[in-house]
Design a protein around this ligand. Structure first.
Ligand SMILES: Nc1nc2c([nH]c(=O)n2[C@H]2C[C@H](O)[C@@H](COP(=O)(O)OP(=O)(O)OP(=O)(O)O)O2)c(=O)[nH]1
Length: 125
């Protein structure tokens, strides 16, 4: 199975993390996610994080640090999540694609349903 490389932004400000709900039609639809999306061919990770955050949330990350890489095989798709911590950004986040957003305290993230691959991310926060 081909592996899809995904840039994932854990946007964390003062113990709260910004999460978004995936639309029903998407892969892993209806679940909560950290904002992000496929890395384009030849694109640097930090550039992909900035582009995806701007496209989905209308913000521009200014402090980005690599957090972890997670490889996960769903039954229909293999993903490689390149996860970064975003600790500062320009702008005010809005769900530009109509997706619901929430600022969840780190300790409450377990109350949301995430894709299976995210379990390893939650353990690090
Ligand atoms: N953005 C994001 N994607 C995640 C997370 N966890 C996780 O398993 N994924 C998976 C779901 C998707 O298979 C992939 C991200 O792809 P995407 O959001 O760019 O694109 P998609 O497949 O939903 O939509 P499309 O481009 O096919 O229209 O990574 C997460 O926390 N955030």
């Amino acid at each position: 199975m081909t592996v899809v490389n995904v840039a994932v932004a854990v946007i964390k400000v003062a113990d709260r993390v910004l999460i978004a709900k995936r639309s029903k039609q998407q892969h892993q639809g209806g679940l909560w996610e950290f904002p992000g999306g496929k890395i384009e061919s030849g694109e640097a990770l930090a550039d992909a994080i900035q582009r995806e955050c701007f496209e989905e949330l209308d913000i521009w990350p200014t402090k980005i640090a690599p957090l972890t890489v997670i490889e996960h095989e769903y039954t229909d798709k293999s993903v490689r999540l390149e996860v970064c911590l975003v600790s500062d950004y320009l702008g005010v986040p809005v769900g530009k694609e109509g997706q619901p957003l929430e600022w969840s305290p780190v300790g409450s993230l377990n109350n949301y349903d995430f894709p299976q691959a995210n379990k390893a991310i939650l353990k690090l926060l």
